[in-house]
Structures are given as structure tokens and as C-alpha cells.
Design a protein around this ligand. Structure first.
Ligand SMILES: [Zn+2]
Ligand SMILES: [Zn+2]
Length: 429
């Protein structure tokens, strides 16, 4: 049974004054995570390390990731205890909702389609019911992010037949291979991808290589929430992108916020930092703007291989509205009046590594990151809220000034392409 999108636009807060906004609840969530049962993910991802990372990063509620995987689901059933409607405490704390990512692979319009979709479940029972349905359409034990031989529309039907409160969010919508709008196997609209289920797709995940302003240019996304999560493959990467909801820590409140666009802000990468921003061919070190790759006929000029057309290229192809002019206030980027503002951050580990001239995974950098999180509460506060003067005391002048530069947008950018991450480094005055 498909639900109607309850209202075509977002419910505005009407007469909400600044005072009302100040007391509105803020819930920082990361709803795209994985467990160690997903291919390519750290062996070290378990409920304990995830809860610890959430505390360090400043995340209030995480998804469990991978609830479709039988071994991980057994761990979830054994380790989670419900503390509020659909929200669970882990064995060592933390707050979780049940979440998973599935890869739908099917044929449509004469082409093979591959689309990653996030499923957020109302609770363990609903997740269990859906798992029983999905066993018939995919090998759930083979990967925490299972391949399902069904369309995006069919997976919605299976989820809503299990529980009509399931929240369904197309994942990293612009990425070339598995994004709903991706250049390799994606679609030009939510209607085309989701068919009759499209009116109930109320939120999309932007992915690291695009930011909200790019998405504001797409009328297909009007009236739908634009959200950002980490897609972390290790505890260290949790929360690298985040969404701050105007919600309480219950499933129904989180769901309502996603459905009705009750979002205080999103926390983003600089889009060039992501690994699919521009076009190119990594093997040959060829990186091109969308204009240059069009001139090159979509082929690598060194080897003739088709170029991977990145997120910016697809975004410019589908954009049916001019760029919105942006203004930055207190580190928040504002643009479209009906849209929440957002921040562009560089992960603390990367700024610290830059400041120390060491690797982001080095012992030295890790130690200083945890000292900063311990001293000031969490990494998000360090990046956003703590005064530069206070940061200097613990991190030294160079790193404190680096954080200041990032907050003010003074960065040097080397854009990512074809699976190679970009770099974003602070520029000191
Ligand atoms: Zn994915
Ligand atoms: Zn090449």
C-alpha cells in the first residue's frame, strides 16, 4: 500500500518567531551507516565503536546500518534495548534507529539500472518483517548492503507492506554508478525511478560530491527534504556529513521531520572534496570540467576509455533553475528562502593532519583529535562553535587558525573525480 505524500510542499512554521525557533528541539542524525558485514567496511564497526564515535563526533542518533544482514540483525536483537518509540540504546550506550542500504538492480527503459536506497525502519519488528520479504529477492547474508533483484518501486512496496511508516531515501543521488540521478545507470527524475511510489519519496541524500545549493536547482526536488549523512565505512568517518533535524529522539518525530522538511541545517563536505565531483579517468590522471569533457566527446584523450561523468556534470544537465545566490552568516550558507541553511566543513582529522604535517590516520593526529573532542565536548563543536582563542590553547596556533579559515571559507580546493577524493586545505592569512 502506497501512501500519499501528505502535503505537496513543506509545512511552514507559520508565525514561528525567533524565540520559538530557539526552543525548538535539535537532533543531529547520521542515517547512512554500515556494519562490518558490508563489503569494503572496517572490521572494527560494531555497536560499541559506533556509539563511541557518535559521542566523539557529536551525533545524537545513528542508524545501525545493514539490518538486512542476518548475523548483524542477530547482534542488534541481542544488543539493543528500546528507550523510546523506535529508538534503541546500544550495549554501551549511544542511540540508534534501525537502518539499511540496499542496491536495487533491474532493467527499465531498455537499460540496466542500479540504485542504492536507504531504508529507515520504525523498529526491530518492522525490520524483521521486511527481512523475511527480502530473503525472496536477494542473498541477504552475502553483503550488509545486499543486491536485490527488484525495482525501486517494488522495494518501496515490500517495505510499506511490512510497515507503512518505513522512511525511504534514495542514497547519494548523484553518484555515477549507484545514484538515482547518476550518469551510469540512473534516471532523470524521481517519477521515472520510483514510479507509483514517487509521491511518497520525501527526502533524498545528496552524497559527498554535491551540496544543497546544487540540489536547489532541481525542481524535481522541490517540496522534498535534502539531507546529508556520512555513508561511513569505518567509525572514524561517522558524521562526516550530518543532518540537524527539528525533532525529538523518537522514530515518529524523526520521520515527521524528514517528511515535512523540518530541518535546522545540514553539515556538508565542500562538494569538490567528494570523489565524484568532476569528470575524468583516474587511471590516466585525466580530470575535466563538464564543459571540457563534452568537448572531448566523453572519452579520455589519453586512452580513449569513456570518462566517468561526475556529479557536477549530471547536476548541470538536469538543473532547470538558475543558481541561487548565496550568503554566509556565522558559517551558515543561506540561499533559497524555503530551504534550511548548511555548513561546509573539513573533517577535524584532516585539518589536524594538515596542521601537524602528518597523516590523517597517524597516531599523533588521532591523539590530538581525541584531546580536542574530550576538552570541548565533541568534534562538531570544535569545528563549529568553540572560540579560536580556546582552540589555540589545546591545538596550537596553526590548527586553530586553520579551523578559523575553514569557518570563513578560506580554503584551497583540488576537486575530486572518478573515485579520487578531492582535497580541501585551509589558507592562512
Ligand atoms: Zn551506497
Ligand atoms: Zn584514460
Amino acid at each position: 500500500m502506497l501512501r500519499d505524500r501528505s502535503s505537496s510542499g513543506f509545512r511552514s512554521s507559520g508565525t514561528a518567531s525567533a524565540i520559538v525557533r530557539d526552543v525548538e528541539p535539535r537532533l543531529t542524525v547520521d542515517l547512512h551507516t554500515h556494519s562490518r558485514f558490508a563489503i569494503g567496511c572496517s572490521r572494527n564497526l560494531n555497536l560499541r565503536t559506533m556509539a563511541e564515535a557518535a559521542r566523539t563526533k557529536g551525533i545524537d542518533v545513528l542508524t545501525t546500518g545493514d539490518f538486512t544482514h542476518p548475523a548483524w540483525f542477530a547482534e542488534l536483537e541481542a544488543g539493543l534495548s528500546e528507550v523510546a518509540d523506535g529508538v534503541y540504546a546500544g550495549p554501551s550506550g549511544g542511540r540508534f534507529v534501525l537502518g539499511a542500504e540496499v542496491a536495487c538492480i533491474w532493467r527499465s527503459g531498455g537499460r540496466g539500472r542500479r540504485v542504492h536506497i536507504l531504508l529507515v525502519a520504525p523498529g526491530l519488528e518492522a525490520a524483521r518483517r521486511l527481512n523475511m520479504q527480502l530473503e525472496a529477492v536477494g542473498r541477504l547474508e552475502s553483503n550488509g548492503r545486499p543486491i536485490l533483484g527488484v525495482s525501486a518501486e517494488q522495494v518501496c512496496r515490500l517495505a510499506w507492506d511490512s510497515d507503512d511508516r518505513f522512511v525511504i531515501i534514495p542514497a547519494h543521488v548523484w553518484t555515477p554508478w549507484y545514484g538515482m540521478y547518476g550518469s551510469k545507470s540512473g534516471f532523470d527524475s524521481i517519477d521515472e525511478c520510483f514510479g507509483a511510489a514517487a509521491p511518497s519519496i520525501n527526502a533524498v541524500e545528496t552524497g559527498l560530491s554535491s551540496d544543497p545549493a546544487m540540489n536547489w536547482r532541481i525542481t524535481d526536488l522541490d517540496g522534498r527534504s535534502i539531507v546529508s549523512f556520512s555513508d561511513a565505512h569505518s567509525p572514524e568517518k561517522l558524521g562526516r556529513e550530518l543532518t540537524v533535524l527539528r525533532a525529538a529522539a523518537t522514530f515518529s518525530s524523526i520521520r515527521a521531520a524528514l517528511l515535512f522538511g523540518q530541518i535546522a541545517e545540514t553539515v556538508e563536505f565542500f562538494p569538490e572534496h567528494g570523489k565524484y565531483h568532476l569528470d575524468g579517468h583516474t587511471k590516466c590522471g585525466v580530470r575535466l570540467s563538464p564543459e571540457a569533457s563534452a568537448t572531448a566527446g566523453g572519452r579520455c584523450h589519453k586512452c580513449g576509455h569513456p570518462l566517468t561523468l561526475g556529479v557536477l556534470h549530471r547536476n548541470q544537465t538536469l538543473a532547470d533553475r538558475d543558481e541561487v545566490s548565496l550568503r554566509v552568516m556565522d558559517g551558515l550558507v543561506h540561499g533559497a528562502p524555503e530551504r534550511p541553511p548548511y555548513r561546509r566543513l573539513v573533517p577535524l582529522a584532516e585539518i589536524v593532519a594538515w596542521g601537524l604535517d602528518a597523516g590523517a590516520g597517524s597516531v599523533q593526529a588521532r591523539k590530538l583529535c581525541s584531546a580536542l573532542a574530550d576538552e570541548f565536548g565533541n568534534e562538531l563543536d570544535v569545528l563549529v562553535n568553540i572560540s579560536i582563542h580556546d582552540l589555540e590553547r589545546v591545538a596550537g596556533e596553526r590548527i586553530a587558525q586553520g579551523i578559523k579559515a575553514m569557518r570563513e571559507g578560506r580554503v584551497e580546493i583540488d576537486p575530486g573525480y572518478d573515485g579520487t577524493y578531492g582535497t580541501v586545505t585551509p589558507v592562512l592569512n
